[in-house]
Design a protein around this ligand. Structure first.
Ligand SMILES: *Cc1c(COP(=O)(O)O)cnc(C)c1O
Length: 351
C-alpha cells in the first residue's frame, strides 16, 4: 500500500460541471466566476470580493488593497509556505517574522498574539494571519492591536471560531483553491472583504479595461470552467470537513491508545494532522513511515527566517515545530482501508 501525503477529491460531478461550462464557449472569466465569488462570500458571511488564479495572487491583492508598499512593513509567520512571503515581496514591503503559539496540540500553529505585539512598529501596515493546518488562530486577540489583519484561509475554509467562520473576523481574507487544498479549482484563489471601500479597491485593482484614466491593473483572473469546479466543490465542503474530522478521530484514538498526545483543538477542520515527536527522531520517523508506504511530511518545508539567517532563538516555537512536527496523510479522498493502514503503521512504528 502507498498512501500519498495529499490528494485532491475529484468526482465525476466536478468533471461534468467543467464540461458543461466549457461547452457554453464562455471560457474566460464571466458569470460562473461571479457566482462562485458570491457563493463563497455567502458561505463566509461577508459582502464580496474578487477571484484570482492563485492564493498567492489573492494575497497580493489583499496587501495592495490594504496599502502595503516599499515604505512600510508586513508581519507574517516564519512557519508558513514561501508563497506568503512572495506576496509580501511583490508589494515591496518589508517582511517581519513573528513566532507561533506554544502547544500546537491545543492552540494550533498560528501566530502568537504576544509575538505579534512585539513585532509591531510605527511602519507596520498589516498582519498576515494564516489559520494554519485548518486550525483557527487567535484572530480576535490579534485584531485588538488595531493593525489591519489579513486572514489567510488557504488551509482553513469552513473552520469555525467562536461561533463564526474563521476568515469573517477581519476586513480582508484570502483563499487558495490549489489542487490539494480543502476545495480546489486546480489553481485558484479569492480575496474577500466585509468593507465596501476595500471591495471597490479590489475590483479596481483587477479591472483592466474600460477605464477613463490609466491605472496599473492585475490580470489574475480565474476562468469560468475553473469556477464551475469550485462551485461544485463548495457544495461538498461541509461533507469534506466531516470526513476529515472522522479520519482525525481515528488517528487520535490510536495515539491515545499508545500514550501519545494528539491534536485536541475542536475548531480544527484538520487540513493537516500534525503530531510532534522528540527532536532528533523526526527525520528517521518520517523515513520509516515512508518506507512503510505512508507518505508523511514536515508540514512546512522550511521556516522562512532560516532563508535570511535570522537568529533561531528569536522564534523558539517555530524552531520547535520545525524540529518536531510530522504531518500524517489526511484528506477526504482517503479510503477506509487506507485510514486503517495508517493507524496500523502508527501502532507499529511509534513507541
Ligand atoms: C497554499 C497557501 C497559499 C498560497 O496559495 P496558492 O494557491 O498555492 O498560491 C498561501 N497561504 C497559505 C497558508 C497556503 O497554505
Amino acid at each position: 500500500m502507498k498512501i500519498p501525503h495529499s490528494k485532491p477529491f475529484l468526482g465525476r460531478d466536478d468533471i461534468e460541471k467543467v464540461q458543461s461550462s466549457l461547452v457554453t464557449g464562455m471560457i474566460a472569466s464571466g458569470s460562473e466566476v461571479e457566482c462562485f465569488v458570491k457563493e463563497v462570500s455567502e458561505y463566509m458571511g461577508v459582502i464580496g470580493g474578487v477571484a484570482s488564479n492563485s492564493g498567492t495572487n489573492a494575497l497580493h491583492l489583499a496587501l495592495l488593497a490594504s496599502g502595503a508598499g516599499p515604505e512600510n512593513e508586513v508581519i507574517l509567520p516564519s512557519y508558513v509556505c514561501s508563497s506568503v512571503l512572495s506576496a509580501v515581496k511583490y508589494t515591496g514591503a518589508e517582511p517581519v517574522f513573528s513566532d507561533i503559539e506554544t502547544d500546537g496540540y491545543r492552540n494550533g500553529y498560528g501566530l502568537s498574539p504576544e509575538s505579534v505585539k512585539n513585532s509591531i512598529t510605527e511602519r507596520t501596515n498589516s498582519i498576515i494571519l494564516p489559520h494554519m493546518f485548518g486550525t483557527p488562530a487567535k484572530v480576535d486577540a490579534i485584531m485588538e492591536f488595531g493593525i489591519p489583519v489579513i486572514e489567510d484561509c488557504a488551509q482553513s475554509i469552513g473552520a469555525d471560531y467562536k461561533g463564526r467562520k474563521a476568515g469573517s473576523f477581519s476586513d480582508l481574507s484570502i483563499y487558495s483553491f490549489y489542487a490539494t487544498k480543502v476545495i480546489t479549482t486546480g489553481n485558484g484563489g479569492m480575496t474577500l472583504t466585509n468593507n465596501p471601500e476595500l471591495l471597490e479597491k479590489l475590483k479596481d485593482l483587477t479591472k483592466y479595461d474600460g477605464r477613463d484614466e490609466y491605472g496599473v491593473s492585475y490580470n489574475y483572473a480565474l476562468t469560468n470552467f475553473q469556477a464551475a469546479m469550485g462551485r461544485n466543490q463548495l457544495r461538498k465542503l461541509d461533507g469534506f470537513i466531516e470526513k476529515r474530522k472522522k479520519i482525525a478521530g481515528s488517528y487520535s484514538d490510536v495515539l491515545e491508545d499508545i500514550g501519545q498526545r494528539f491534536p485536541e483543538n475542536s475548531d480544527s477542520i484538520h487540513f493537516r494532522y500534525v503530531v510532534e515527536v522528540e527532536s532528533g527522531e523526526l527525520d528517521s520517523l518520517i523515513a520509516e513511515m515512508r518506507k512503510n508506504g505512508v507518505m508523511c511530511e514536515k508540514p512546512v518545508f522550511m521556516p522562512l527566517h532560516r532563508y535570511f539567517g535570522i537568529n533561531r532563538e528569536e522564534l523558539p516555537n517555530t524552531e520547535r515545530a520545525m524540529n518536531q512536527a510530522i504531518s500524517i496523510p489526511i484528506y477526504p479522498a482517503m479510503k477506509e482501508t487506507e485510514v486503517e493502514y495508517v493507524c496500523d503503521t502508527i501502532r507499529k512504528l511509534w513507541k
